[in-house]
Ligand binder design. Structure first.
Ligand code: CAO
Length: 437
């Protein structure tokens, strides 16, 4: 059985005709003892009136702007008979030790057993709030807001001093805090990205359209690429390598291994060249640790290779490239790119890379800016090799020139080292003898 109880304004000191500035509960709300019901504001302080009972709000009897005094009806509440009949001793015991005598009930039936209202300026009985560093405490204290709004702002780390209130006399409401937090998140004033939200456009207004869902791979790689694009400060270093001799050697090699069915592409040579370059520049074979304060240098050389599949881009990793021959690497490349296209790669096949290669050489293009596959710190982009006239010993000679585009994480690698790395790669690729060292 539920009893309906009147919840009255408790003893609020010497205040008379205090304005109701916020109604925190609505009919139907389930309330525990001490949950705030309404906020009142006098000339001197704002205070919340906590519930003396647990139950369900039946009716709210005041409106915002009403002036109330001790004994005025605030709400009616349905309390369960057992709760209503709870022994008085228990209730008194449960009252906070620091509750002022004046607020304790003389008789539970006549006067609500209200714990002390907590004025805004003295949040007694509460642990000190955790203060996020950007909050200006003086401004926060001065702000015109009820205790519950203050508590809400504290929880979200919102600085009340920066919020313009839309309530009566400029009072900050919960909605104002929400709107402020939303604005901060989308405007980037608190370290966010500061980008305007993408407008929702109905493209059919401009012509015929067809909507295709993104594949699982599209969505996953999209998330990683987006994260890496916005969190890694990228620089891309462009360079060229004269691979005329390498190409002649490659053709000879493929001729010799024709019977075995092994086809060595430029990519296998690039992996070999990367092995040498990573040994020469160990910083490129590292990752920042989670704190961002240490570099983790790797003693192994696993290379990721971007593979274009009908479902999207995947990056299988070829392990221990420093311990494999050119033809081993070529065979493994054929194997993993086949696995990738047949959707047979496991997550383990795509993890543990030290550096990645993105080769668009089989397709075309002269240069591009690949996105670092973090936590790796560099990625080598390769475009299509072209015959170009190169001025040598007073004459132009036709040479096969391979464009290289190295993107790196500028937090780890300096520009000078980026240029040294691609120069080294260029030198190694231009002289196959070095490659085999
Ligand atoms: N310059 C000129 N020709 C090149 C070349 C280059 N840089 N790279 C490859 N080629 C040639 C190959 O030698 C081969 O020619 P032959 O048939 O005469 O031997 C032909 O182009 C096709 O090569 P391929 O692409 O099949 O083989 P590959 O080893 O070079 O590359 C793979 C394998 C899996 C990397 C590639 O197929 C692929 O998927 N590339 C796309 C990667 C991608 O999408 N990257 C973008 C990621 S976003 O950063």
């Amino acid at each position: 059985m539920a009893d309906v109880k009147d919840i009255l304004v408790p003893d609020i000191g010497d205040f008379e005709g205090v304005e109701v500035i916020e109604i925190i509960v609505s009919p139907g709300d389930s309330i525990n003892v001490e949950d705030p019901l309404v906020s009142l504001e006098s000339d001197k302080a704002a205070m919340e009136i906590p519930s003396p009972e647990a139950g369900t709000v039946k009716d709210v009897k005041v409106n915002i702007g009403d002036k109330v005094s001790q004994g005025d009806l605030l709400i009616t509440m349905e309390v369960s008979a057992s709760a209503a009949a709870a022994p008085e001793a228990e209730e008194t015991e449960a009252a906070p030790a620091s509750a002022p005598e004046a607020t304790k009930p003389a008789a539970a039936q006549e006067k609500p057993a209200a714990p002390a209202p907590a004025p805004a300026s003295t949040p007694a009985n509460r642990p000190p709030p955790v203060t996020p560093s950007p909050v200006d405490e003086a401004g926060f204290r001065k702000a015109h807001a009820s205790p519950s709004v203050r508590k809400f702002a504290r929880e979200l780390g919102a600085d009340l001093g920066q919020i313009t209130g839309s309530g009566n006399k400029g009072r900050i409401l919960k909605e104002d805090v929400k709107a402020f937090v939303k604005k901060v998140l989308t405007s980037g004033t608190s370290g966010g990205l500061g980008v305007a939200p993408m407008p929702e456009i109905d493209f059919s207004q401009f012509g015929d359209i067809e909507t295709q869902p993104l594949t699982k791979i599209n969505k996953l790689t999209g998330q990683f690429l987006h994260r890496n694009w916005v969190t890694v400060p990228h620089v891309t270093q462009f360079d060229e390598a004269d691979i005329t001799e390498l190409e002649a050697f490659r053709k000879k090699l493929n001729e010799e291994h024709k019977a075995e069915g092994v086809r060595v592409t430029v990519l296998a040579f690039l992996m070999k060249a990367l092995v040498s370059a990573l040994k020469e520049f160990p910083r490129f074979n590292s990752s920042l640790d989670a704190t961002g304060e240490n570099l983790v240098l790797k003693k192994y050389i696993h290379i990721g290779v971007a593979v274009d599949t009908p479902d999207g881009l995947v990056v299988p990793v070829i392990r221990d490239c420093d311990r494999k021959s050119l033809t081993d690497l070529a065979s493994e490349l054929i194997e993993v790119s086949g696995k990738a296209r047949d959707k047979k790669l496991s997550p383990a096949d795509m993890s543990g890379g030290c550096i990645s290669i993105s080769s668009l050489g089989g397709i075309g293009g002269t240069a591009f800016t690949p996105i670092v596959n973090a936590p790796e710190v560099a990625i080598l982009g390769v475009s299509r090799a072209q015959m170009k006239p190169v001025y040598k010993d007073g004459e132009f000679e036709p040479r096969l020139i391979l464009p290289l585009s190295l993107s790196y994480d500028h937090r780890v690698i300096d520009g000078a080292d980026g240029a040294r790395f691609t120069s080294f790669l260029s030198k190694v690729l231009s002289d196959t003898r070095r490659l085999l060292l």
